[in-house]
Every structure is written in structure tokens, then in C-alpha cells.
Design a binder for this molecule. Sequence first.
Ligand code: GLC
Length: 613
Amino acid sequence: MPDTPMSLIPPALPPHLLETQLRRLYGHSEGFDAWFLALLARLRDLQALRPSTLRALDAQRRADWFCDQRMVGYCAYVDRFGGTLRGVAERVPYLQSLGVRYLHLLPFTRPRAGDNDGGFAVADYDDVDPTLGNVDDLVALCARLRDAGISLCSDFVLNHCAEDHAWARAARAGDPHYRAYFHVMEDAADVADWETRLRQVFPHTAPGNFTHCEAMQGWVWTTFYPYQWDLNWSNREVFAEMLFALLRAANRGVEAFRLDSTGFLWKRRGTDCMNQAETHWILQALRAAVQWVAPAVILKAEAIVPMRELPPYFGEGEARGQECHLAYHSSLMTAGWSALALGRGDIPAAVLHHTPALPANAGWIQYVRCHDDIGWPVLAAESSGSGRLRPFALAAVAAHFHGVGDSDAEGEPFQTAPTGEVHGSNGMTAALCGLSRARRTPDRQTALRCAETRFLLMYALALAAPGLPVIYMGDEIALDNDHSYRSDPARAHEGRWLHRPLMAWQSPSQPQLADASASRIQTELRTWINLRQSLPALRLDASCTVIDAPTAVLAFLRENSLLAIFNFSKQMVAMALPQGTWRDLRADALLHSSLPLEGYAAHWLQRTSETPP
Ligand code: GLC
């Protein structure tokens, strides 16, 4: 465990990385010194405007405040979960009862009218989506959550804004100042040249990375949907505007920011424009400014990239530990699903084994499902075999979750052509684990129990692996896929709505349970969460060592005292235990030398000095 972490008293002077990285990024631009001084003056204003309750939070927090094992997260769309921001506030006691301490609400900023990628096309970073409430509701919700010991995490869409954001409208109207906020190509050959190296995020629904704009007589860079215009971060004004918007949100009480699509920020010809060095300088400069103005606030990188690209998002070299505080461990999430499909615990074992140790006061986000598809390509390197890991076919993994062959999963392919490279899979945990199908099976007790065990295996892994586990809305009551989007013309083209169901409620503090399975999943999940929260060995920053196990099994030790074991096959497997005596925390039994694992079983064992019978 790290040494006593520093307290978060705001430094008197801006952290040196702010100036260093801004000079590297923009130092060559005309009038940089004056621009930088003006930026510092604005930051001082924002410091002065920080409300006293939030300054008190800054003063009282330590740098590792989010590393506590009691930090358990929950992720939801405002409208799907609570209707409005006020509706979310009414559900705070429910979140507390689940043990939630960190609430990630998907974008609630004012989006473009019409299709908006679930809010990820932002028309105004300072305003709230009027269908969800207003700024006062947001401030009130932050305060309500803070009182309940829950930190609000808000998406902050860094890479792009909506094509009807004021900046984009001004650019379309011919204002050169705002045209420079975007990447605009005037030459079709140039567009074609860039395209040769860029990947496609939505190859079916939004092919290509550029969108022609008649009014601007050119092609605008649009990595995602054509209405999401990539911001030009090589323009220092973009940096300043975005930083100020983020800090204004922090001053309203947002305590964590999910920095959306961070991998795409910097464009460099001749590359795939992902994970460029300048992207990291930008993030480090943002972090330094946040640390100066609102030190209690943390930044989370949404970089769904292979493991080799991830460590830089925490900061490397002289900036080690000075970039994002958190980042998604999408490789482990994807490896967990691969393990379930193939009965191979050695896949997540290899991923965990190759996960580097993080700097102090940093951590992973662990999760089973989220609002996006499961993107298989992050495991491309692992799937071709690495070290002792036998190769495996991601296409076979995806096919399993799409219900091919004798699989009982009910996920659906996302942006994958029948013959093309595997892209992603959609579906709720219940559907992917076979629970949805089992619910419709006539003689169903065995099938239900098997599917429930798989479901809980996946969550027991997310709750034990190093990081902050985040429950995806509806999973705690085993909600099924939601097919209703298909008959809604506004959403029918977007398969990810399959796993964005409406929460079912009896009352704001009591969800509606569909059946006995929902009830069992809820009870079991609560038990695992409570257990996690009682175990300091599951702090975010506690060490994690993978130990030898049969191929079907993943086993790792946290802090040399907590042994987590998962059998990804449906067969019984015997697991040899490391030396010592172990207490099975769920079965409350003492164990020595070996443990017979039922199919899909998850066990957490604690080292003990007691003697077995
Ligand atoms: C992130 C979001 C995803 C969105 C994309 C574009 O990856 O998680 O839902 O479509 O960014 O904003």
C-alpha cells in the first residue's frame, strides 16, 4: 500500500506541468505568454468562485480518497433510471442501500435536438438537457449525493461537440475564428489520404471519418456520427474553452469526470490518430489545472484501447501519476466474457498478469457491462496468443454471445458485417449469461440456476479485481434486453439501445423485481458488495498477483491475504490452494490445500491463522 497520501490542499502556485505541457502544445503560437497569463487569471477567478462547501471537500480529502474498498459505483442514464435529475435525487436512498459511493450519470448536458448518440452530441456544455431538469436541479442533486457520501461522475465529451453547438454554428456561418475550432479539409484527396489510416468506430451507421459541409465548402472531421464534430485540440482556444467548462461543472459539485473518447484527441498525419503523445500532454495540462482549482475532483479516461496503450493515460515519465486518476480496464472486462464463452480462465489470468502496476493514487474501473457494446478488438493481441496463452478466436467468442450453435446467450452483433472483422456485441448481462433464455424455458430450474451462477461469477470478478467496480443500471435486478428501440424511429438504427432498458420501479426506493431470479441476483449481488466493502485487501491500490490454476480457472491474490477464485467452465474443477489455511468468506468454511469448484463458481478466501478441522 502507498505511503500516507498527501492531502489535497490546493497549491498556491499552478502545478508546473500546466505550463510545461501547454508550452509544448501551444508555445509556438503567437502571443503564447500573454494567452497563458490570461488563462491563469481565469483559473484564479474559477478558484475564487468555488463554493465554500466544495472548498471544504478539497481541504478534507486525501489524494487516495477514491481508493477505498467501499467505493462501489453505479452507472445510469438519467432518463432511464430516474426520469429526471430530481427523479435521480429521489433514488439516492436506493443507491445508498446498494452500497453505491460513486454514481456515473451518462451525459445530461444539453444535447443537439433529435438523434444525439445518447447525449454524446453536446450542444451546450454549461446547460442541462431541459427534458432532464435544469442547472439548479444539477446543483441540488450534487449536494444531495454529497450528503449521502456519493460522488457524482459526469461525462465530459472532450473529442467532439454537436453540429448545432454555438461554435459549430458560427463556423458554418463563416466565422474563421470558430472554423479553426474544427478540422476542416478542403480537398477530397486530402480526406482520402487521412482515411487510409483511420479506423471506423461505427462502420455501419456512420462510415468514414469526415462529413461534407456545403456551407463550409469542405469536409469536417467526424470520427463518430456526422453530427459529432471533432474539436481541434491543436487550437489553444479549444483547450481553454473546454477547461473552463469542465471547471464550471466542477464548481457546481461534479466530483469526477469521465473524459469521453480521450484516445482520439490529437490528429497526426501518417498515423491512426489514436493515443498520440500530445493527447497525453493535453490530459496532463487539464489535470494540473483541476488540481489547482478543484483538487477534490478526479478524472477518468475513457480510452477503450489495447492494454499496451493504456498505462500512459495515468501519466508516464516525469508525469507519472499526473494524468487521469482512473481508466476503464476494458481488457479485463472483455477477457472475462471471453473466458465465459470458452471456459478458459487463463485468458483473464494472462490479461491481469500483464496489467502493469499503477502509480500511487490511481486505479482501474472494473465493470461487467456498460452503455456501450463489448468491443472485442481490444483483445486482438492476446487472442493471437502471447507468452503461454494459447490463441483463441474472438469471432468464436462473439458468436457465442450472439447465440450461435448451442449457446443460450441472446446478445446481438454491433457494427459487425457477417463476413467482416468482429467489432462488438450488445446485450444486458442477463441476456449474455443465458438468463433471459432460461426465463422462457419450460423446465427451467436448472437452466436458471446455471445462468444466475454465470451472472454472479462475472460480478464477483469485477468486485474482486483491482479497481473501482461499477454496476450497470438494471443488472442488480437482472433486467433483460430491451427490444423496444426497434419500433422507435429515433433509435432503431442504434443497436446499443438493446442494453439501455428502463428501470422498473415499485417506488423510488424499491425496484420492481421481475421474478425469483431477479430477487436472487439482487440479494446475492448485495452480499458480494457488502463483503467487498468490508475487505481492505480489495482497496483499489492493493496488490494483485495471479496464481497458478487449471486452465478453466482464474485465481489471484490481493495483498497476499485475499484469494479470489473463479471457475469459468461448467465442469467441476479441483483447485490446489497456496500454503496456509483459508476461510471461504461466503461458505464460512475453513480450507486447507484444495478446493473443489462447482461449475461457474466464484469464491473469495481469506488467509487465516485458524487451524482447519
Ligand atoms: C464514448 C461513449 C459512446 C459514444 C462515443 C462518442 O465511447 O461511451 O457511447 O458513442 O463516446 O461520443
